[in-house]
Design a protein around this ligand. Structure first.
Ligand code: GCU
Length: 589
C-alpha cells in the first residue's frame, strides 16, 4: 500500500518520514551546527562533504568547518546572521554525533523540514536529497553509521526554482535553513511506520483506517487500544505489513468547544506507539459544512509561519502558542495555515486548543504546471503533508493550490489529477483549491473557475476596496456562482495599514491608515450578507509579516501590512471590527 521511498529522475530520493516521530525513541540533533556559506554554489565541485586531509606540507584546502561560524538548528539562517538577512543560496551545515550500532535496532536520520532543498551526507557518503521546504523526510542510516563520532553534512539551498513548489514569485520571505527539528530515531527491526486512525467519512463512531509496518517481520498480530473507552481492537497485518482497521466506539467527539483527545496505543509483536487522537466527522452536504453532523460557520484567520516579534520563521511550541492564542483571542474556530504545511507544533497545539486547521500545499500562483517534474513534486509534497498529519482531527481541509490561473498550460489537468490523488489518500477530509479568478464588474461577481467542480468549497480570495475599488454599495453586491450547491468561503480579504497611522488629514491620501483598513473591513462585512451559501470567512492576515516585495519605504519596509495586528503585537482598528463580527456570528448560533 505505502511506498517507502519515492525515486525517479530529477526528484529527490529521501524517504517519507515515519508518522508521529515525537513518540519515538530518538536523540535530538538540535542545537549549534557549524556552517559554511556557498553563495557561488561551488561546494559540490569542492566536495565540501569530504573532510580536508592534507597529505603533504604543500596541500591546502580552501574550505573547512574548523573555526567556522555556527547557527541554531532548528531555525532559519536569514534571521541569525545579518549578512544572511535576505540571502538566497547554498549554506553547508555540519554536525558531529556519537552513535553506536545496536543489535535488533534500526536508525534513521529525520528532518522536520529544510528550506528549500537538502543534500544530506553521512561520513562523507551521500545519503540522498529532498526538495520542498515544509514537509518532513528521513534517511535510514542503520548500516551506514560507525561506532563513535559520525559526521552529518547538509547542503541547504533556498534558491528559487522555475519548476519549484512554490516557483519564483511568492509574497513571503524565503526563510532558508534547517528550519525544524533534526533527530536520530531508533526503531525495532520491524517498526510501525505509519497508521491512519480516524472516523469513517460521515460516521460519528466507526473508525476506518489502516496500519503499515516496515521490516522483515511483516505479518504480525496488531492491537489498537483506547484505554479510556475500554476499546481493544485486534487484527493481523498481511505479508506486506499492512492491515485495515475497522472498529467502533462511543467517542466524545472533538470540536472547537470541546477539543477532546484520546490516548490511542498501537501495539504489534515487535513495536508499540501511543498518540493523542481526536475523533470528529467533517463533511459538506449541499451548501452546508457539517462538523459532527452540525452545520458550522467558519471563523478563520490566515497565518504565516513567522514569529512576528522575533522576525523569524516560527518552529517552536512557544511560537505556535503565540500565534494560536492570538487567533483564539480574535474569536476564531479555524486557522488557515498559509500557504504551506506549518510545523507539527502548530497542528498539535491547535488541536489541543480547539482550533480547526486548514493545511495547504505551496502550489502558489505562478507554477510551471507544464514542466514534467512538477506533477511529481506536487504528488510527493501531498503525500508528505498528509503523511505527517493524517491522524490530526483538527486538520479539516487539505488545500491544494492558491491563486493559480486557469489559462496556465496544464494547470487544470495537473490540479484535477492532484485532487483525485488527495481523495484517494484521504477520503475523509474536505479538499479544496483557493481561487481569485472571479470576475467583478458592475458591482457583480462571476465565480466560474472549473477547479471548483473538484473542490468541496468555493474558496474565494477577493480584495475589493484595496486592490480593486468598490463598483457600488457593498450591501448591493450581486453574485453569480456557477456552483450553487457548495459552501462558499471567503479565504482572503483585507487591506494594508501601518499601525499608528491614524486621523490622516482629509487632504492627504488615507490608504495605509488604520481608519482606511477599518472601513474596508466594515464594507466587506456588509458585503458578506449578500453572499449566497456563505459558510465562513478568513481575513488576510493575523499579523503583519515580512515580504521583500513590499517596498514602500514608509508604510511597508519589507512588510505586508495587511495584518490585523502589527509585528509589535499592536492591534489595529480593523481587529476590533473583525472581533465584533465573529462575536456576532457566535451569538447567531
Ligand atoms: C494574495 C495571496 C497572498 C498575498 C495577498 C496580498 O491573495 O494569496 O499570499 O499575500 O494576496 O496581496 O497581500
Amino acid at each position: 500500500m505505502i511506498l517507502l521511498t519515492v525515486i525517479s529522475a530529477g526528484i529527490a530520493n529521501a524517504q517519507r518520514a515515519m508518522v508521529n516521530v515525537d513518540s519515538r525513541n530518538s536523540a535530538s540533533l538540535n542545537g549549534r551546527w557549524k556552517i559554511m556559506l556557498d553563495q557561488g554554489n561551488i561546494g559540490d565541485w569542492k566536495k565540501i562533504w569530504i573532510e580536508p586531509k592534507p597529505q603533504k606540507k604543500t596541500d591546502f584546502f580552501e574550505y573547512s568547518f574548523d573555526g567556522a561560524p555556527e547557527l541554531n538548528v532548528p531555525g532559519d539562517f536569514n534571521s541569525q546572521l545579518c549578512e544572511l538577512a535576505f540571502y538566497e543560496g547554498a549554506v553547508w551545515y555540519k554536525k558531529t554525533v556519537t552513535l553506536f550500532k545496536k543489535k535488533n535496532t534500526r536508525q534513521f536520520l529525520y528532518f522536520g523540514a529544510v528550506n528549500y532543498s537538502a543534500d544530506v551526507y553521512l561520513n562523507e557518503e551521500k545519503l540522498g536529497s529532498h526538495e520542498g521546504g515544509f514537509t518532513p523526510f528521513q534517511f535510514e542510516i542503520t548500516d551506514k553509521i560507525k561506532d563513535g563520532d559520525n559526521t552529518i553534512i547538509v547542503k541547504v539551498d533556498n534558491r528559487r526554482l522555475e519548476n519549484g513548489i512554490p516557483g519564483y514569485g511568492y509574497d513571503w520571505l524565503n526563510y532558508g535553513g534547517i528550519t525544524r527539528d533534526v533527530k536520530i530515531i531508533e526503531t525495532q527491526r520491524t517498526y510501525i511506520q505509519d497508521y491512519f486512525i480516524q472516523l469513517k467519512k460521515g460516521s460519528l463512531n466507526n473508525v476506518q483506517g489502516w496500519i503499515q509496518l516496515n521490516g522483515e517481520k511483516s505479518s504480525q498480530k496488531i492491537t489498537v487500544r483506547i484505554p479510556e473507552l475500554n476499546t481493544v481492537y485486534r487484527t493481523k497485518t498481511n505479508s506486506s505489513g499492512y492491515a485495515e482497521l475497522e472498529f467502533s466506539s462511543q467517542f466524545k467527539l472533538w470540536s472547537p468547544e470541546s477539543p477532546k483527545l484520546y490516548r490511542v496505543i498501537v501495539e504489534t509483536e515487535t513495536d508499540s506507539i501511543a498518540d493523542e487522537i481526536g475523533f470528529r466527522s467533517i463533511e459538506t452536504i449541499g451548501n452546508e459544512i457539517l462538523l459532527n453532523k452540525k452545520s458550522i460557520f467558519i471563523k478563520a484567520v490566515n497565518i504565516h509561519e513567522e514569529n512576528p516579534m522575533k522576525k523569524s520563521r516560527a518552529f517552536s511550541l512557544d511560537d505556535a502558542k503565540l500565534l494560536l492564542n492570538s487567533a483564539k483571542e480574535l474569536g476564531c474556530n479555524m486557522v488557515r495555515l498559509a500557504h504551506y504545511p506549518h510545523n507539527e507544533n502548530m497542528i498539535r497545539e491547535a488541536e489541543k486548543m480547539g482550533l480547526m486547521v486548514w493545511s495547504e500545499l505551496p502550489v502558489y500562483q505562478h507554477i510551471k504546471f507544464d514542466d514534467n517534474l512538477v506533477p511529481q513534486k506536487m504528488d510527493l509534497m501531498l503525500q508528505e503533508m498528509i503523511g505527517r498529519d493524517r491522524n490530526r482531527c483538527a486538520v479539516v481541509v487539505w488545500s491544494l493550490s492558491n491563486e493559480t490561473y486557469s489559462g496556465t498550460p496544464n494547470r487544470d489537468k495537473a490540479l484535477i489529477g492532484l485532487t483525485k490523488k488527495c481523495r484517494e489518500i484521504d477520503p475523509a477530509r474536505l479538499v479544496t483549491h483557493v481561487i481569485n479568478t472571479q470576475g467583478y464588474t458592475n458591482n457583480s461577481f462571476n465565480v466560474w473557475d472549473p477547479l471548483y467542480n473538484y473542490s468541496d468549497l468555493i474558496a474565494i480570495n477577493e480584495y475589493i476596496g484595496w486592490y480593486i475599488p468598490w463598483q457600488g454599495k457593498p450591501s448591493e453586491v450581486k453574485w453569480k456562482i456557477d456552483f450553487s450547491n457548495k459552501p462558499v468561503f471567503i479565504s482572503e480579504f483585507g487591506a494594508e495599514a501601518l499601525y499608528g497611522t491614524r486621523n490622516v488629514p482629509a487632504d492627504q491620501a488615507s490608504y495605509w491608515s488604520e481608519e482606511y483598513q477599518e472601513q474596508i473591513y466594515k464594507n466587506q462585512i456588509e458585503m458578506f450578507n449578500t453572499i449566497p451559501n456563505l459558510r465562513g470567512v478568513c481575513p488576510w492576515i493575523l499579523y503583519d509579516y515580512r515580504s521583500l516585495g513590499r517596498m514602500h519605504p514608509v508604510y511597508q519596509k519589507g512588510y505586508n501590512r495587511k495584518g490585523l495586528i502589527s509585528e509589535n503585537d499592536e492591534k489595529k482598528k480593523a481587529w476590533h471590527v473583525m472581533n465584533d463580527y465573529f462575536k456576532e456570528k457566535e451569538n447567531e448560533k
